[in-house]
Design a protein around this ligand. Sequence first.
Ligand code: ZN
Length: 507
Amino acid sequence: MTALSLDRLRLDGQRFMEEVSREYFLAHAGLKATADLQTIYERHAAILGEDALALVREEFRGAAPGSDAHRSARLMLEWLTDSVASRALAALDEREIEWEGSAVVRLDDGRELPYQRAAIDIGNTANRDERMRIERARARVVEAELAPLRRERFQREKELIEGMEIAPTFNATFEALSGVDLTGLVRECDQFLRDTQSMWDDVYAETVRSKLRMDPADATRADALHLLRAQEFDAHFPSASMELSIRRQASEMGIDPDAGGRIIFDTGEREGKRARAFCAPVRVPDEVYLVLRPHGGQADYRTLLHELGHALHFAYTRADYPFEWRWLGDNSVTEGYAMLLDHLMHDAGWLARYTELGRRHAPTFLRTVGFEELHFLRRYCAKLMYEVTLYGGDVGWDSLPDLYVDRLTSATTFRYDPADAFVDVDPRFYAARYLRAWQLQALLTETLVERFNEDWWRNPHAGPWVIDTLFGEGQRELAGELGERATGRALSFAPLVRAIEDLLVTS
Ligand SMILES: [Zn+2]
């Protein structure tokens, strides 16, 4: 076996990532019964342990800040800390997956249903009393059984990361490795919540009254699930033409949707294939799968656009870039490209050209979309603010459920349940990646409109610019750096507020 070095880590790291990605692809596409990840972890144990971590940590400390060597070392150190922690947490995560697969929700009247059905049933149940019966039973079993598992997982993760001696605390380690300024982002979230409060109060009250037909003061997160399940527009988004329409749009903006054969569309029906579309970059940029089972409906269109954004990004990444710039880095970037495409569902011109929504339904659809957008953004701002406190360690674990309810309820107005305080948490601040992706998306959309007009999405000059300026760079840069380079402006919530005002005011 060759001695550990950065180049060995690059070579084996890439093999490891390719094997994991292929395993997920095969399992989720229904081509294999289960994903056998343990074997892959064992095969690559040499590059996923303390020695590798120590090597890259030294490299990171020794490199000149601002240099490419420093950038590469940071990306690899972040990836290694995640991988080492994930390996150590695997047993806890497996226990959780097992629980989710076997847990039973018991209603007050004695009926039972599988835990995994509960959220779906809550979303689908129009009768409010029945909806709340399921919700109460769900919250009961989550509080008693899942919440303690999750709480232990986060405590353990915090200890592990803090023990890696990169920075004194979990949050400081995240900031050093991700390049994301958590404190600054939390301040922006707080400001965004205040800036959009009165707009939210108006649209919330009107929507809850008209769609749920209930007093806005009584609505809970379970009611929100039902409200957001809205299927009234699905007929305008037929499955038969979905893939073709979206491929046509990519071609019209000058992007080959197959990326010269590097993107493989897997659209056939198959037992065991996941219901939701997903993208699996098995070799970046040469072998990227876009797996879907077209059902139709607005959610399906949005998911396909989102996953196509990821697929195009991976397949158009420069092949001559090192492993860490193609495979690792700030996921706000790839999520930003996915959102750039899925936000086409907010564009009246795009909807008119590529869907069957028609002029008559467009205004109500856009207003609904504006409500959803503002709701999700406010929810994610509150989530991030709460999660920063959870990992921060200044508030005791026992006090977190009350804080969770307070933060999420005051941001969304829907009443949250303390049972979800450790369940409704994205590990390692993925909420921060999404929020910055949202900002990046809004900034890129405004820039594309300025450069290539309102209908940039069918301008044959837009695609080559997107590929050259954006996709080609992989995730070499942080979302903020990329935004500055491509648009000359800094990331912020301002373009998102403008877009939401357009959706809610003009429609
Ligand atoms: Zn995504």
